[in-house]
Design a protein around this ligand. Structure first.
Ligand SMILES: O=C(O)CCC(=O)C(=O)O
Ligand SMILES: [Fe+2]
Length: 212
């Protein structure tokens, strides 16, 4: 898969770049080829090795976030092919955004996340205070065919929106529809609202350092 060409198809269109720069975020629907998307959906449902999520200062504080996460390894000997392919896709996205916006991104990291019914992540930014190492945050939603709703739909009444305060201070509620990718500036405040169904995703970060 030529991931650079894949992302260029979006970001050649100046509206997408402008949204990311001006509003601070952009939403890409049907972001991945269906085959990789479905493979990620299945991989995300392999429940072993998810761990209680940590907050950016290192500890766990259930008043801040209550989801579980599983980091994606780029090690090819780890038998999780879809996740490794997705890391490659994020690396290519970094190159495309570096070329267009000179962001200086040098590495990527990503984890699966699972929010059980009622779990949430209170408002936060994706960098520890004083750090700007995470330049761009990404979230890919893996909520496929929940509760007999076919296609990749998510109903607003289930809750579970990503609530983002955008670059013009407007509050944006973005539903976690399957195969939707949200790309946003990591310094924007955002939160995950609780949902009445299980909510699955991959959160990924495009970083200015190479320590991961
Ligand atoms: O799942 C989402 O919509 C956002 C998750 C998030 O903010 C994070 O993991 O830092
Ligand atoms: Fe976040």
């Amino acid at each position: 898969m030529n991931w650079m060409m894949h992302w260029q198809q979006y970001f050649e269109d100046s509206q997408y770049l402008e949204a990311l720069v001006e509003q601070g975020f952009v939403v890409l629907d049907h972001a991945l080829p269906e085959s990789l998307y479905m493979a990620l959906v299945l991989e995300s449902r392999e429940d072993e090795h998810y761990q209680a999520a940590k907050i950016s200062t290192g500890g766990r504080l259930e008043t801040v976030r209550s989801d579980s996460t599983r980091w994606i390894e780029s090690d090819p000997t780890v038998n999780r092919q879809a996740g490794a392919e997705y890391l490659e896709a994020l690396e290519a996205l970094s190159l495309v955004l570096n070329r267009a916006l000179y962001l200086g991104i040098r590495s990527v990291e990503a984890h699966y996340a699972c929010y059980q019914v009622g779990q949430f992540y209170a408002q936060h930014r994706d960098n520890a205070s004083g750090s700007d190492v995470r330049a761009i945050s990404t979230v890919l939603y893996l909520n496929h065919g929940i509760n007999q709703v076919d296609s990749n739909n998510w109903r607003a009444e289930w809750g579970g929106a990503l609530r983002l305060v955008d670059a013009s201070d407007a509050v944006q509620d973005i539903l976690p529809i399957g195969n939707r990718l949200v790309v946003f500036q990591s310094d924007l405040p955002h939160e995950v609202l609780p949902a009445t169904v299980v909510r699955r995703s991959i959160a990924g970060w495009l970083r200015r350092d190479t320590t991961v």
